[in-house]
Design a binder for this molecule. Structure first.
Ligand code: A2P
Length: 354
């Protein structure tokens, strides 16, 4: 675990962003999430005064579109954060550990999409619709959750508020985007090769990706048998729900989908929950779109979730494996790059201004 944050020359706890135009930095601007961060800022009319795009020296000089013009990518380095109000980091945990303290020292508030600080008790881990109040305790860095944890907690928050959750059992169907732009390209290229009858040697992911699924590529903990992704989802979901001992079982699987994750979940509540009641709660839940048409056999799909800001929730039914009626089965789909990453980060920045 890192030990850098206590060294930071911190801004005042709970500092807010000023209401006028802001200087915004994106670290990892050329990556799959970085590109979506730029789009989200533009689409949501975030008050960007200056946009500073930062990436590795490999990308220096590239120009990325923003508001009808182009912004040149600069190499990340010393002084990258001078004059920046808010820095959105999405270049991996190593870069965040190294540069987030520098950004905070330079006076910026950091919203970090990596796993570097997510379990640091001094760093709030925030999904605005679920635990937005936790933002008040930040000390310069706010962590953006793992994509599955963000999508899962948005989907379940309204149900959890009405009927506290006692246990979650889930399996995921995770898209390429979670492994970055290169994995998305590997899915395209390996599928094209398979369709052409050509061989394709995997470069980014450990197994053939076209027309295949495999256990999530995060390393497996030999003691528990759970992989790193599964451990993150468990720990972060507990933290976001402020339920440190919530029992959660999960199996994370990579599927050949470009950018929307799906989750099949069985959720036990503290009391029986009628399906109709759950539908009503989900219909009114912020950040959620109920997609639950039994007649049409229409339920959440990655194709519908792609590009959508809402998390799609449906396939609601009483889980017949629990005769008490306290357990609901449901299916969830959410855009990994949006609610699972960029959109949530921009929503955190928005919440810091209201
Ligand atoms: P670059 O494109 O120059 O390599 P993804 O998650 O899609 O793979 O994207 C990772 C992002 O992190 C990219 O924008 C990438 O920039 C950036 N990145 C990787 N290594 C560094 C580094 N050493 N310094 C700054 N940015 C980096």
């Amino acid at each position: 675990m890192h030990d850098t944050l206590h060294l930071i020359d911190r801004p005042i706890a709970g500092a807010r962003l000023p209401m006028g135009p802001l200087s915004v930095a994106i670290v990892g601007a050329t990556g799959a999430v970085g590109i979506e961060l730029i789009r989200c800022l533009e689409d949501r009319g975030f008050p960007v005064g200056e946009l500073r795009l930062l990436a590795s020296p490999r990308s220096a000089g590239r120009r990325l579109p923003f508001r009808g013009g182009e912004v040149e990518v600069k190499p990340l380095g010393p002084y990258s954060f001078d004059g920046i109000d808010v820095a959105l980091f999405s270049a991996g945990a190593t870069i965040s550990r190294q540069y987030a303290p520098e950004a905070v020292s330079a006076g910026a508030i950091v919203i970090d999409n990596s796993s570097a600080f997510r379990m640091d008790p001094e760093v709030p881990l925030v999904v605005p619709e679920v635990n937005g109040a936790a933002l008040g305790a930040h000390r310069g860095v706010i962590a953006n959750p793992n994509c599955v944890a963000a999508i899962l907690t948005v989907a379940l928050a309204a149900l959890n508020r009405a009927h506290p959750i006692r246990r979650i059992q889930a399996a995921t169907y995770q898209a390429a985007s979670g492994a970055g732009a290169a994995a998305m390209e590997e899915l395209r290229a390996s599928t094209a090769a398979a369709l052409a009858g050509e061989a394709y040697a995997p470069k980014v992911l450990p197994h053939p990706y076209a027309f295949n699924i495999f256990s999530h590529n995060a390393a497996v903990n030999p003691e528990t048998g759970y992989n790193g992704e599964e451990e993150k989802v468990v720990a972060e979901t507990r933290r976001i729900f402020d339920a440190p001992a919530l029992p959660i079982g999960i199996t994370c699987i990579r599927v050949p989908i470009l950018r929307a994750h799906a989750i099949a979940a069985s959720v036990e509540f503290d009391s029986p929950v009628e399906v109709e009641h759950a539908r009503a709660l989900l219909s009114a839940a912020p950040g959620v779109r109920l997609v639950d048409d039994r007649d049409a056999n229409l339920f959440p799909m990655p194709s519908e979730a792609t590009g959508a800001e809402e998390v799609l929730v449906g396939r609601l039914r009483t889980d017949i494996s629990d005769p008490s009626g306290r357990t609901l089965a449901l299916f969830i789909a959410g855009d990994q790059l949006l609610k699972g990453a960029a959109l949530n980060a921009v929503q955190i920045a928005e919440a810091l201004r209201t």
